[in-house]
Design a protein around this ligand. Structure first.
Ligand SMILES: NC(=O)c1ccc[n+]([C@@H]2O[C@H](COP(=O)([O-])OP(=O)(O)OC[C@H]3O[C@@H](n4cnc5c(N)ncnc54)[C@H](OP(=O)(O)O)[C@@H]3O)[C@@H](O)[C@H]2O)c1
Length: 296
């Protein structure tokens, strides 16, 4: 049995849909993804929010009492990071999940981590802690070091009055479509033993910057869009004025800073090999996301 946590989140939902055969996704390794209906369980804090058709268990890493029953009988766990919080909160969540999975006898844990290029991001530490915990644990493991989503890049570069002012400087991001990361996760969880002890760097093959986005968004809408990068200080001030949780501001500002500093542009990695096909275009994915995303 495969259990996917974070199943109402964007990534978890894509993975569950593919595993349940609700979405064919693209072919992986030359064949359509093999659905495993009856063998996939969706784990979520809010079971009532998930569509019918796949068994659902309540899984809340902040409520360790939910975890022994939640993980009972699971062979392979896709542990989707629950990264919104201060480091100590995220570490406690992931630690509780891994402790409980080991106690429940889960054979293999596949963890959605962060690309090596992301080490300068404010949220890298909890991912590296979790990787270290898995390596020293008793279950088999595979680490999916996910690059930053093209959809996230779209959200971080809004067009306001015909201008993108996100402080990316001349930096670019080797962004990756979330759907490709879902396809890669499906490939791994459906054949976990073949991926035991592997760390996959899943960044995109196309580095996208502010000027690229402005050009593509102009082309998509026919309306002129310019790229006029602002400063990190302005971005920090803008985020601080939105009433975000305190941890969110450094999270967002460090994302701009790491891209602008040129740390997130390196393309390549293991994505193509894991998918056995070309990844989706990061630029097209970002533009589609900026205009409301793909049809459901
Ligand atoms: N690579 C990137 O660009 C990028 C961008 C944003 C986030 N991330 C990381 O990747 C993860 C998955 O991305 P996503 O796009 O699916 O994000 P998302 O849509 O925001 O979903 C995150 C999910 O995490 C789960 N979660 C939160 N707190 C939890 C807890 N206490 N216990 C168990 N699950 C919890 C929730 O699932 P349920 O509501 O179903 O419980 C939530 O829906 C995120 O959580 C974050 O750590 C990566």
């Amino acid at each position: 049995m495969i259990l996917v946590t974070g199943a109402s989140g964007a990534l978890g939902r894509l993975v569950v849909d593919r595993l349940a055969g609700r979405t064919a996704g693209r072919t992986v390794a030359g064949t359509a993804v093999r659905p495993v209906p009856g063998d996939v369980v969706a784990g979520t804090r809010n079971p009532e929010r998930l569509p019918a058709g796949v068994p659902v268990r309540r899984i809340d890493f902040d409520d360790p009492a939910s975890l022994p029953d939640g993980f009972a009988g699971v062979d392979t766990l896709l542990l989707v990071s629950a990264g919104y919080g201060e480091d100590d909160a995220v570490i406690a969540r992931h630690g509780a999940a891994i402790d409980a999975a080991e106690k429940a006898g889960v054979g293999h844990i596949v963890y959605t981590s962060l690309s090596a290029a992301g080490d300068h991001l404010a949220y890298a530490l909890a991912h590296r802690w979790t990787e270290r915990r898995l390596r020293s644990g008793t279950a088999g493991w595979t680490i999916l070091r996910n690059g930053l989503y093209a959809e996230l890049l779209a959200a971080l570069t809004p067009v306001v009055d015909g201008r993108i002012t996100a402080p990316l400087g001349s930096g670019r991001l080797a962004a990756v479509a979330r759907e490709d990361l879902a396809d890669a996760a499906v490939r791994v969880v459906t054949d976990a033993a073949a991926h035991a002890g592997q760390v996959y760097e899943l960044v995109g093959e196309e580095a996208v910057g502010g000027a690229d986005l402005a050009r593509a968004r102009s082309a998509a809408t026919g309306a002129a869009v310019s790229y006029e990068p602002g400063t990190l200080a302005q971005a920090r001030e803008d985020f601080a004025s939105l009433g975000l949780a305190p941890f969110q501001v450094p999270m967002l500002v460090s994302t701009y800073s790491a891209i602008a500093g040129g740390f997130m542009a390196e393309t390549g990695g293991d994505l193509r090999a894991l998918l056995d096909r070309a990844p989706r275009s990061a630029l097209e994915t970002a533009v589609t996301a900026a205009h409301g995303g793909p049809p459901e």
